[in-house]
Design a protein around this ligand. Structure first.
Ligand code: 5RP
Length: 260
């Protein structure tokens, strides 16, 4: 890895654990004012001290996040569709020049393997990897579930491996049974998990714990943090799992000291 890329990458990964707790707040790019993100700045501010990086769009960043903030930005540069239409119909929305202007530590786009626009979204990833390699900016590939695809290790392993082969420097996917197969398929490329739809806190913490045990390099979570009844508690609990390998029982106590 070239020096600049290595330097940006090391801002995202925690030096002690080698893992990463990324806070994802980019949901509005396809689903509008997501519950919990209506006033994005107010939601993010108390969570930032416990995040290693913030995944966000340029518009949200410029609107709601003060430039004095010193956490690394993982900038979403794809979009162009909404929940009302075919989700895989993405284009690259943000130029590499704007990512550099923003001082992004990484750039990211979604890849919809098996979907109507599979080729275009793999092409989007290849394009931003080319740009990232030119300017020393790492690329996070987000693997999303294609039409009629199940979230199992076979499909997600296929999708993640394609992202790795395209040159992604980090991959984000869903946790599933046989997760170690996905990690293995990605070789030396770190794999982080998305949280997905809001589930019960205990289940979300179990998922994070199992992912770390199975070789994930961290989480890139959104709704299970900011839609929790105690978002700061959840961030601290997830951080303990990812960086200190805390048990679920310990993490639950961190999330809510009164929880069983
Ligand atoms: C959408 C994304 C989101 O950032 C991702 O889904 C993470 O958020 P959540 O934990 O809420 O699923 O990449 O494509």
């Amino acid at each position: 890895m070239e020096w600049g890329m290595k330097n940006r990458f090391s801002r995202i990964m925690n030096a002690q654990s080698g893992n990463c707790v990324m806070l994802a707040v980019d949901h509005g790019y396809f689903q509008g004012p997501t519950t919990g993100l209506e006033n994005l700045g107010k939601t993010v501010e108390p969570l930032l001290p416990y995040a290693d990086a913030l995944m966000i769009t340029r518009g949200a960043l410029r609107n709601w996040i003060p430039a004095e903030m010193n956490k690394p930005i993982v900038l979403r540069v794809s979009g162009g569709q909404s929940i009302l239409k075919e989700l895989s119909n993405e284009i690259i929305t943000t130029s590499i020049e704007d990512a550099i202007r923003i001082n992004a530590s990484a750039i990211t786009c979604s890849v919809f393997v098996g979907s109507e626009n599979e080729k275009e979204t793999i092409g989007n990833l290849a394009r931003i990897v080319n740009e990232g390699e030119t300017y020393g900016i790492p690329v996070l590939a987000v693997t999303a579930v294609g039409k009629e695809m199940v979230r199992d290790a076979r499909y997600l392993g296929l999708a993640c491996r394609i992202c790795v082969e395209m040159g992604a420097h980090m991959v984000k996917t869903y946790y599933c049974q046989d997760f170690p197969k996905i990690v293995k398929a990605c070789g030396n490329i770190p794999v982080v998990i998305a949280g997905g739809k809001k589930i019960e806190e205990k289940a979300a913490l179990e998922m994070a714990y199992n992912a770390i045990q199975d070789g994930a390099a961290g989480v890139d979570m959104g709704r299970n943090v900011f839609q929790s009844d105690n978002p700061v508690g959840m961030m601290k609990a997830v951080q303990a799992i990812v960086h200190e390998k805390a048990t679920v029982a310990k993490a639950l106590k961190i999330y809510k000291p009164s929880a069983k």
